[in-house]
Design a protein. Structure first.
Length: 87
């Protein structure tokens, strides 16, 4: 019935072939993971720094109107900085 067809399908899927010589290249995988974790750490630090800066700016502005254009340019600047890091 239905369950045996599903079982056959799953059994067929258990044989996964990695393409070419890449299957055992753990060094490059490790390099990629290290690079990714560096990027994640950098992004985390940048976001913390931005949040802190925004809090300080808010305290400084207190009575003034929130300057959305300054915020926008700061975010854009931060994003381009991140893109440079990832290359």
């Amino acid at each position: 019935g239905k369950s045996s067809a599903t079982r056959d399908l799953l059994a067929g899927n258990s044989e996964v072939y990695a393409p070419g010589p890449m299957c055992c290249d753990l060094k490059s995988v490790h390099r990629g993971v290290k690079r990714l974790s560096k990027q994640m750490h950098y992004r985390y630090m940048m976001e913390k720094k931005m949040a802190k800066k925004l809090r300080q700016d808010e305290l400084r502005m207190n009575g003034q109107e929130f300057d959305i254009t300054a915020l926008d340019s700061a975010v854009r600047e931060n994003r381009s900085e991140n893109l440079k890091m990832m290359r």
